[in-house]
Ligand binder design. Structure first.
Ligand code: P6P
Length: 339
């Protein structure tokens, strides 16, 4: 029987990637793994318990909070607060960042930004959903209270990023800047086991993911690119197939494995795009670049964008390098940015 490598074993083995590693990042990644298993337990039975459905409140985005959203948010915050590695968090479900007050936490070297349950509107219809996380080293002094600048960092400053997809199986995929590795939860032993070592996204694909229902409210560059995807051309394997799950983590994960592009551009209703830079776009951009792909706002590399506020939104083009570059060419041609 081939050797199983658990997430914990892998994290410890890879700690050697960081010569001065104290083990704090390793412990933080393990804490995330444990918290996700707790969330997974509730996600898996969402149809049975009373945890299904709307919480009756709305989050800072004005979106109806599903009970599982709130449960997941509280579960991860508890894990970060108790773990002592983290001095503060930013979450989709919380208006402001949370600076932990415990003296132990103030000594934490990291901040975490996360979307506890992305795609949660799909919970009631049993479609895959996900958690996305991004880890930065704090810029404020260890021992002090976290401040806003700890969170408003460019994607290139991330020390780790990852996601959990609660789907037909539960997987945790993450990077620390030394490649991308995927772990599948083995329920019989309750452990994440290495199932997708050294993940690489194909440089081309045949799938485009975009909500074509909004196409009339999108710009000319995006419309031209979608027309290109639909045009027949055997040489470039077009027309492509349209796949849009309505759950970013699920669409991204499929494209990471099979190749493809996901686009959530600026629309009339969402002129800055819908997705949030710090805890959706930036962490997945880190992963896709580590896997050989590309992520931009149609013009600029996502990882180079300087955030100005916690819930900042950006237009988003992410996936196979050749497909993203093709879409960017249409943006430059049909939606040039004023100099
Ligand atoms: P639309 C879910 O709300 C989400 O943030 C992503 O997971 C998903 O890809 C997108 O929004 C769906 O948005 O406007 O197409 O329904």
């Amino acid at each position: 029987m081939s050797k199983i490598t658990t997430l914990s074993e892998f994290i410890i083995e890879r700690q050697a990637d960081f010569p001065y590693a104290s083990g704090d990042l390793s412990r933080l990644l393990s804490d995330i793994g444990i918290a996700s298993k707790i969330v997974n337990q509730q996600v898996n039975k969402a149809g049975l318990g009373d945890i299904l459905g709307a919480q009756g409140s709305t989050n800072v985005q004005g979106e109806d909070q599903q009970k599982l959203d709130v449960y997941a948010d509280e579960t991860f915050i508890r894990a970060f607060r108790n773990g002592g590695m983290v001095c503060g968090i930013g979450s989709e479900e919380n208006d402001k960042y949370v600076a932990f007050e415990k003296p132990l936490c103030k000594k934490g070297k990291y901040v975490v930004l996360f979307d506890p349950l992305d795609g949660s509107s799909n919970i009631d219809v049993n479609v895959s959903i996900g958690t996305i996380f991004s880890i930065f080293r704090r810029t404020s002094s260890v021992g002090d209270r976290a401040d806003v600048n700890d969170f408003l960092q460019k994607g290139v400053k991330q020390v780790a990023a990852g996601y959990v997809i609660y789907g037909s199986s539960t997987m945790l995929v993450y990077t620390t800047g030394y490649g991308v590795n995927g772990f599948t939860l083995e329920p019989s032993i309750g452990e994440y086991c290495l199932s997708h070592p050294n993940m690489k996204i194909p440089e081309d694909g045949q799938v485009y993911s975009i909500n074509e229902g909004h196409l009339n409210s999108m710009g000319e560059g995006v419309k031209a690119y979608v027309d290109y995807c639909k045009a027949s051309d055997a040489k470039s394997n077009r027309p492509y197939s349209a796949r849009y799950i309505g759950s970013l983590v699920a669409d991204f994960h499929r494209n990471l494995i099979k190749g493809g592009i996901y686009i959530y551009p600026a629309t009339k209703k969402a002129p800055e795009g819908k997705l949030r830079l710090l805890y959706e776009c930036s962490p997945l951009a880190f992963i896709v670049e580590q896997a050989g792909g590309k992520a931009s706002d149609g013009y600029r590399r996502i990882m180079e964008i300087q955030p100005s506020e916690l819930h900042q939104r950006v237009p988003y083009f992410i996936g196979s390098t050749n497909m993203v570059e093709k879409a960017e060419a249409f943006m430059r041609k049909f939606e040039p940015v004023e100099a």
